[in-house]
Design a binder for this molecule. Structure first.
Ligand code: SAH
Length: 354
């Protein structure tokens, strides 16, 4: 079957824009129904699937209601996407009440599998298959949009894959979502293990949306970082300081932070020496947020969780030192939906096909 791009070869450019807009219209369920398109074009497109991803299995956490969907792609590959629901108080001045608002954060994948091989992460262990297409990235959003009653408030690109190694498709997908939904760029966070040449590229790229970045640091000491992240590049820590300065010069907005993700591993990166190194690095980055991440078990040999007491100590210390510091509360652990656990597993004790 011809792809959408092939079928649009001789059409004016704006047809694609009309189609992308229609993708987000929940009242439409096929290309045939897009009445802004000429009848002949609708006829040509009518056999294309309306969504490029198909639900394979869905698991719902009994602990926190997090849902993990396994989606099947047209070539039979599977990817995962996660929905996290949080309740927050919404100010309602007129009613002088604080009704509860549900916030929906979706975690989306950028590749099938991952080539980065981080020791602590389950996704990398299954190897890398391929990049997702622009449509497959967008359609993870559309999949949840169609399942939800509320709207999607945040997107984190923290699922399977290294987003910066699928640069063009990620950029297109984010732009399509930003152009056709209410979501703003500061509600989107892309997490990367740090690919210097791609980070350079995005600073020079005016078309790359001004989203927030989370850098998977996990150690400010190069030797340690190299041990747990084989994709680590020499002098990355130095590069990060310089890159962050230029990023902030480019986007001087108060709402744009650089996130440093710090997975805490017992006896690996959680001693005094590592804490000092993190503090020293963070001091060199303006508008920085530190996110301490408890290790979610992925059966990686020799790795175990840092105790909660040590994580809390680090948190208090870094807060007192003046940093914005949070401890990640990983949702969906009973359905292997938490960070680093996305490896297309369906066999858990959670409720299937809810
Ligand atoms: N490749 C990207 C995005 C995917 S991982 C990146 O490296 O950032 C999303 C986040 O989960 C990263 O910060 C990653 O380091 C973290 N993570 C991976 N394995 C984990 C585990 N076992 N426990 C907790 N967090 C983990």
């Amino acid at each position: 079957m011809n792809t959408l791009a092939e079928l649009l070869t001789n059409e004016p450019k704006y047809r694609l824009k009309q189609i992308q807009k229609a993708w987000f219209d929940l009242s439409l369920n096929s290309y045939e129904e897009i009445t802004t398109l000429p009848v002949e074009l609708r006829e040509k497109l009518k056999n294309l699937p309306w969504l490029s991803v198909k639900l394979h299995t869905i698991l719902k956490s009994k602990i926190d209601g997090t849902e993990k969907a396994l989606l099947e792609l047209s070539d039979g590959e599977l990817i995962e996407t996660v929905l996290m629901v949080r309740e927050s108080l919404k100010e309602n001045k007129e009613a002088s009440k604080w009704p509860v608002e549900e916030r929906h954060t979706i975690c989306i994948s950028s590749q099938v599998g991952c080539a980065m091989n981080c020791f602590f992460c389950a996704t990398g262990k299954a190897g890398f298959k391929r990049n997702l297409t622009t449509e497959e990235i967008v359609d993870q959003y559309r999949f949840w949009q169609r399942r939800l009653t509320g709207h999607i408030s945040n997107i984190v690109v923290m699922g399977q894959g290294e987003p910066l190694l699928n640069y063009d498709n990620l950029k297109n997908a984010l732009n399509i979502i930003l152009n056709n939904t209410e979501i703003g760029p500061t509600k989107i966070t892309v997490s990367t293990c740090g690919i210097p040449e791609q980070m350079e590229k995005l600073l020079a790229d005016k078309d790359f949306p001004q989203v927030c970045w989370a850098i998977s640091l996990h150690s400010a000491i190069e030797e340690t970082r190299k041990k747990i992240m084989p994709a680590h590049r020499k002098d990355f820590v130095k590069f990060l300081v310089d890159w962050s300065r230029r990023y902030h010069e480019l986007i001087p907005s108060r709402t744009h932070f650089i996130g440093l993700e710090y997975l805490m591993l017992a006896g690996v990166n959680d001693d005094e020496k590592h804490r000092k190194a993190l503090e020293k690095l963070a001091n060199k980055i303006p508008r920085v947020k530190i996110n301490l991440i408890p290790y979610n078990d992925t059966n990686s040999p020799g790795l175990s969780k840092t105790s909660q007491t040590v994580i809390d100590d680090w948190h208090d210390y870094l807060m007192k030192a003046g940093f914005v510091c949070t401890i990640r509360h990983s949702q969906g652990q009973d359905i292997a939906a938490a960070c680093g656990q996305l490896c297309n597993r369906t066999t858990t004790d959670a409720v299937k096909n809810v």
